[in-house]
Design a protein around this ligand. Structure first.
Ligand code: GDP
Ligand code: IMO
Ligand code: MG
Length: 421
C-alpha cells in the first residue's frame, strides 16, 4: 500500500510522529517538498529526534529513505543532521538517497531570506530564514544550482560564479556585503565530497520501487494552508505540501497513491504571520501553548495557538483527497472545561463555510464555534473504548463534519502513545 501523509493545518501537526509509526508498514519513505524549514519530531523512549530534511522513517534501521527532487537541500544542514543521527547510533549509509534533481540552498539564499524579511517590516511573513523562498525562486527562474551539479567541479564552479555575479548586483541595492564565489565554491566542493555517495536518479529508483509493488510512504512537510497555491498567500511557504507536490516532487505517477492521511492537531497552531480566525490571544491560548509545548522545532519561536478550525481542515481534506485523519495532541486538551471548534466564519454579517482567497477578506473572518464539554484525561490511554465519552463525542463530530474517519488518535508524544481506531 502506498500512502501520503500530509499536514491538514498550518504545519507542526505531528507528521513526524505519524510517519514514524506508519513506517512499520513501508519499505521506502520519501520527502517530496520543502527543506530544512521543516522540523519533524519523533520521540522514542527517552530520546527525541528532530528531523529537518531526512525523512522521519530513518529511525527504522531497515528502511530506505529518499529526499525527492522537489526538496530544496541545504548541504550544511543535511550534514549536521546526518551527524546528529550518527551520534545517536543511526547509520544512514546505503539507505538514504538524494535526488540529483533537487535544488541546493546556497548561502546567498539564506541571507536574502533574512534581508527581505527585515525589509517587509510589519508585513513580514515570519519565515524560518532557511533560504527556502529564494531557493525556489532560483529554481523557477531556471538559474538554480542542483545536486547533480555537485558531481562535476567545473560545472559547480561555473554555476556558482554565474549566480554570484547576478546576486552581487542586488547586494548594493540592499546594502549588503558582496558574496565571494570562490569561497562558496570551496565550501560546496567539500560538501559535495560528503554528499556524493547518496546521490541517485531517484525518479527511476522510485518508479522501480512502485513497479515492484513495494510500499511507499510519502511524507509531506509544512501544512496544506502553507501551500503556495492553495494556502493563505502570501503567508505561505514556497512549495506545494498538498497532494500535487507529491507527484511533481518525486516523479511518481498519479496512480501511485492508495491512500491519503491528513494529520490534524486537536486544536490549531500557526508559527509565523498571517490571519488565524480561531487564534486565542487570552489565557487559554497560553495554557495550550505551555501544555502542548508549542514552540517551533526548527526556530524555537512560540507558536500561535487557537481552537480547532474545521473550515481549514475540511478545505485541506478536499485539496488532497484525504481518506483518513490522524488526530494528534488530544491529551493537551485534557482538563479543559469547555472546548470549542470553529465550524464556519462570519464575514461582514454573513455566515460562510469557505476560506476567501483574498487575504484581506480572510483577515475579517470571525470564527463561529460549536462548544463541547471537556474531559478529564486521555493521556496514557491506548484503546478507543477507554476514552471518556466527551472525547468520543468530539471525535465523532469531527468525523461527521469532515465525512472522513479519524483512524489514529495520538495521546502523547511518544511512539507508542497512540490509539488505532
Ligand atoms: P511536525 O512538523 O508535523 O512533524 O510536528 P512537530 O514535530 O513540529 O510538532 C509536533 C510536536 O508535538 C512535537 O513536539 C511532538 O513530539 C509533539 N507531539 C506529537 N504528537 C503528540 C501528542 O499526541 N501529544 C503530545 N502531547 N505531543 C505530541
Ligand atoms: P513542518 O514540516 C510550521 C512557515 C513559517 C512561515 C512560512 C514561510 O515542521 O510542519 P519558509 O521558511 O518556509 O519560507 O516560511 O511557513 N513554516 C512552517 N510552519 N511548520 C513548518 O514545517 C513550517 N515550515 C515553514 O513559519 O510562516
Ligand atoms: Mg514541525
Amino acid at each position: 500500500m502506498n500512502r501520503l501523509v500530509v499536514g491538514a493545518q498550518w504545519g507542526d501537526e505531528g507528521k513526524g510522529k505519524i510517519v514514524d509509526i506508519l513506517t512499520h508498514d513501508a519499505d521506502v519513505v520519501v520527502r517530496y517538498q520543502g527543506g530544512s524549514n521543516a522540523g519533524h519530531t519523533v520521540c522514542i523512549g527517552d530520546e527525541t529526534f528532530i528531523l529537518h530534511l531526512i525523512p522521519s522513517g530513518i529511525l527504522h534501521k531497515d528502511k530506505i529513505c529518499v529526499i525527492g527532487n522537489g526538496v530544496v537541500i541545504d548541504p550544511k544542514s543535511f550534514l549536521e543532521e546526518k551527524k546528529m543521527l550518527e551520534d545517536l547510533g543511526i547509520d544512514i549509509n546505503e539507505r538514504l538517497l538524494i535526488s540529483e534533481k533537487a535544488h541546493l540552498v546556497m548561502p546567498y539564499h539564506r541571507e536574502f531570506d533574512a534581508v527581505k524579511e527585515n525589509s517587509l517590516g510589519d508585513e513580514k511573513i515570519g519565515t524560518t530564514k532557511r533560504g527556502i523562498g529564494p531557493c525556489y525562486v532560483d529554481k523557477h527562474a531556471r538559474t538554480g544550482v542542483r545536486i547533480c551539479d555537485m558531481l562535476d567541479d567545473d560545472i559547480l564552479k561555473r554555476k556558482i560564479e554565474t549566480n554570484v555575479e547576478e546576486i552581487n548586483k542586488l547586494c548594493d541595492a540592499y546594502g549588503m556585503e558582496k558574496f565571494d564565489a570562490g569561497k562558496i565554491f570551496e565550501e560546496y566542493r567539500q560538501y559535495a565530497k560528503e554528499i556524493k555517495p547518496y546521490i541517485r536518479n531517484t525518479v527511476y529508483y522510485l518508479n522501480g520501487v512502485f513497479k515492484n509493488k513495494k510500499n511507499i510512504l510519502l511524507e509531506g512537510a509544512q501544512g496544506s494552508l502553507l501551500d503556495v497555491d492553495f494556502g493563505t498567500y502570501p503567508y505561505v511557504t514556497s512549495s506545494n505540501p498538498t497532494v500535487g507536490g507529491a507527484f511533481s516532487g518525486t516523479g511518481l505517477p498519479y496512480t501511485v497513491l492508495d491512500s491519503v492521511m491528513g494529520v490534524m492537531k486537536a486544536y490549531t497552531t500557526r508559527v509565523g504571520n498571517g490571519p488565524f480566525p480561531s487564534e486565542l490571544l487570552d489565557d487559554m491560548g497560553e495554557t495550550i501553548r505551555q501544555k502542548g509545548g508549542e514552540f517551533g522545532a526548527t526556530t524555537g519561536r512560540p507558536r500561535r495557538c487557537g481552537w480547532l478550525d474545521l473550515v481549514v481542515v475540511k478545505y485541506a481534506a478536499m485539496l488532497s483527497g484525504m481518506d483518513s485523519i490522524a488526530m494528534t495532541k488530544i491529551d493537551v486538551l485534557d482538563g479543559i472545561d469547555e472546548i470549542k471548534v470553529c465550524t464556519s466564519y462570519e464575514y461582514e454579517g454573513r455566515k460562510i463555510g469557505f476560506i476567501p482567497s483574498q487575504l484581506e477578506e480572510f483577515a475579517k473572518c470571525k470564527p463561529i464555534y460549536k462548544t463541547f464539554k471537556g474531559w478529564e484525561r486521555t493521556s496514557d490511554m491506548y484503546s478507543y473504548n477507554e476514552l471518556p465519552d466527551s472525547a468520543k463525542q468530539y471525535i465523532d463530530f469531527i468525523e461527521k463534519f469532515l465525512g472522513i474517519p479519524v483512524k489514529m488518535i495520538s495521546t502523547g508524544a511518544k511512539r507508542d502513545e497512540v490509539i488505532v481506531k
